[in-house]
Ligand binder design. Sequence first.
Ligand SMILES: O=C(O)CCC(=O)C(=O)O
Ligand SMILES: [Fe+2]
Length: 371
Amino acid sequence: MATETLTRTDTRLSTFAFPNLTPFPDDVPTAPLLRLSLSKLRNEPEESNRLFSASKDLGFFYLDLKEDKLGEELLEEAKDLFALGPRLYELGRDELQKYDYKSQGSYMGYKGFGSAVVDEKGSLDRNEFYNIPKNDFLGISKTPFAHPQILHDHASLIKSYMNHSHSLVRLILAHLNTHLHLPPGTLQSLHRLDEISGDQVRIIKSPPQPASDLRTALGKHTDFGTITILFNQLGGLQILPPPSLVPAGQEPQWTYVKPLAGHCIVNLGDAMVKFTNGLLRSNIHRVVSPPGDQAKDTRYSLVYFARPEDDVVLKRLEGSDVIPELKDGEQAEAMTSKDWIKLQAMRLRKINADTNEEERKRLWEATGRGK
Ligand SMILES: O=C(O)CCC(=O)C(=O)O
Ligand SMILES: [Fe+2]
């Protein structure tokens, strides 16, 4: 009996800790994300109120996944996908480049290292990532892309992770739907698992940077979709807090989000801002070199992006007395989710080896993301 308990405890520890990684330094300021619990969210109305507050104030929160069946399945699968990451990138950049579908107008598949603009100076990114489309892995696409064999070898893990992430997203949407006083099921009906959308799993790799030349790995942005579920093990993610959360008289400072074992980080994307006419927040964030000694480690990061179905028009939702009205004379935008995500995902990747610095600066300027 004692042995059985010990074994079980050991397994749990290996799931919830960050083994073999340099700890996050304790002298670095960290962002004040609310810490919510999935198991409490299911039972306690106060936890649901905190979720709504976090979605309005910062648009980012931690979600403790422990002691919940869905949560623990996600933690287990996230751990397995973190183990898959290095094996995927072992294929090498030349091999992975075959799966870059930019020339076909798609952001799915591989994005090579240093192939997107990250700031107003026209600097290039310091990461590579692979976007695994839900459409392809759940068999919804009529014309799936080719993907590396190692992803197909782990298709059941990837599918299960997509299913579970999507369930978590729909649970969060159900809470938001209630607080927004929308007709029952409104948000969920725009995010059906089996419909074509830009949903994807992203596995990111950022190698250690030269200590004398630390740069932004992933440029500042808001996420374009609905809800992002993020697993971090090393620091590097930073948010710029909104003025409402900064003490009077101080300027907002980029602040690290400390990864917490057993938790995911949840953030809201632009679609939620458009659906709620600005009531909910999609906060600006970026990825830089991890803090302190963590900078020497290779950083992997795992993301699930949930986005509205392709045909959904991103505009204020009807039927709520909580969502602010459009101002007099203000026109509702009429872009579909498909067009919005594609525009945002591709605009900083419109470069090649010949694109000079001036052109890269202009591309950044055109995004309106500022300095
Ligand atoms: O790697 C991270 O922590 C964040 C990644 C991110 O913001 C993104 O891929 O949109
Ligand atoms: Fe992001």
